[in-house]
Design a binder for this molecule. Structure first.
Ligand code: LLP
Length: 424
């Protein structure tokens, strides 16, 4: 229909009626297009690569099926993500298990299912893993997560991870002084494939990656000299940024990869060492722009000479990012596309919380209660971070593809909300 927002060939006003709002919608075409573009530019920049999808961004069994069919592996950070990956049919060899405090049960679970690689975060985990792998008489591939001791620039403090003062990974000096490396190299139950670092999320320039790599390269040189050890794998983590508003330029991935990979190739050439396999594990870049959220507009409240609040039927329970990170989103009125944008509104969520504002000051056509709001780029860390605050049931997730829609995740019912409660 004219003036309606269409996503993957689907008029979103139709699916809003069919599945009700709030509604998460993922586009199959956008997901697949982004995965293929990523593969293309990454492999053009370097010839020995592997891409893992950071499943924390958006994970359902259907999503596992999509990333598997596109040839990606998975990065998981919990037993729950691992379970979902296995249920979705991901080959365990293609699963990398992260986490800064994996429980003994989670490690057991991973070994039992022959997870390909465990990204070890700390000494406690290392000693646990040694015991567990020895008890099973197996040899487990591992990467060590390193903290390069750098602060990624231009992103929110809560999603920066690579600085020295961090809960993630080994400090490099710790590795050298604690004799961690020889302890691993001597151990018949562990196979040290290489190193991992992740410096933060929502990054827009190659410099942070390059600086972190250079710090790690110093360690690699020392390890080569001292133990004759060379990593076969380097995992650069994820973090590739996406624009959430229409002012930010999208990341030039081609330029970014060329820049980073050149430095890596040159450095390994300089020490006459074989170039390692380079792994990346993006989440947001793949899933973010593939998702939208639909809301129905409800109460409209104009406070004279101040602002007009328009409330939606969702909010921080389905998108906690504005409250948590001051994240900004772009939106349109899905049933009034193309109409002149003449009014500034503040989009309020419906949680009992003043901080539950989805968007401050967005320019829209004149709205009425009952209009349909589309919020863009909500495919990553929205459904994944959804919660039941105020006992709002979690919305369903619908996949749209070539003009058709299908449920990926059923919405919760009130019955679901009480299904684990026990009367006293
Ligand atoms: N690898 C590791 C080790 C990570 O810690 C993360 C994200 C990723 C990969 C994927 O990062 P991405 O490519 O998606 O930026 N909840 C926050 C984001 C937290 C990201 C944590 N780690 C948000 O909503 O912005």
């Amino acid at each position: 229909m004219k003036n309606h927002f269409v996503f993957s060939g689907v008029d979103v006003t139709d699916i809003a009626k069919e599945y009700a709002t709030p509604l998460y919608v993922m586009s199959y075409e956008i997901l697949v297009e982004r995965i293929r573009l990523l593969k293309k530019v990454f492999t053009e920049a370097y010839d020995h690569t592997r891409i893992l999808y950071a499943s924390k961004a958006f994970l359902t069994i259907g999503m596992v099926e999509i990333i598997k069919s596109e040839g990606l592996g998975m990065d998981v950070v919990s037993g729950g993500e691992l379970y979902t990956g296995l249920k979705g049919g991901m080959d365990p060899e293609n699963i990398f298990f992260h986490g800064n405090n994996k429980s003994p049960e989670e490690l057991e679970f991973a070994l039992e299912h022959r997870v390909g690689t465990i990204v070890v975060d700390n000494l406690n985990e290392l000693s646990h893993l040694k015991e567990l792998a020895a008890a099973r008489g197996m040899r487990q591939k591992i990467l060590l997560r390193l903290s390069p001791g750098l602060k990624a620039i231009n992103t929110h403090a809560y999603i920066v991870t690579g600085q020295r003062d961090t809960k993630f990974g080994f400090q490099i000096d710790e590795i050298l002084f604690e004799k961690t490396i020889p302890g691993i190299l001597e151990n018949p139950h562990l196979s040290l494939e290489g190193f991992h670092f992740h410096i933060g999320s929502q990054l827009f320039d190659g410099q942070s990656y390059i600086k972190a790599f250079e710090v790690i390269m110093k360690l690699i040189k020392e390890l080569k000299e001292t133990y004759d050890y060379l990593p076969g794998v380097l995992n650069l983590g994820g973090g590739f940024g996406i624009p959430y508003d229409d002012k930010t330029e999208p990341l030039d991935l081609e330029k970014l990869f060329k820049e980073i990979m050149k430095v890596i190739s040159d450095e390994f050439e300089a020490i006459q060492a074989p170039r390692p396999q380079i792994i990346i594990e993006p989440g947001r870049w793949i899933a973010g722009p593939a998702g939208i959220t639909l809301y129905t507009l409800g109460a409209i409240k104009t406070i004279k000479n101040t602002r007009t609040y328009v409330a939606v039927d969702g909010g921080m329970a389905d998108n906690i990012r504005p409250a948590l990170y001051k994240a900004e989103y772009a939106a349109d009125v899905a049933n009034k596309m193309g109409q002149e944008k003449s009014q500034v509104y503040t989009i309020a969520g419906r949680a009992c919380e003043s901080g539950d504002i989805l968007i401050w000051d967005v320019l829209l056509p004149r709205v009425e209660s009952g209009d349909l709001l589309v919020v863009y780029h909500t495919g990553a860390y929205n459904y994944a971070m959804a919660n039941n605050y105020n006992r709002f049931p979690m919305p369903p997730v619908v996949l749209v593809r070539e003009g058709k829609s299908q449920l990926m995740v059923k919405g919760q019912t009130y019955e679901d909300l009480v299904s684990r409660d026990l009367p006293l």
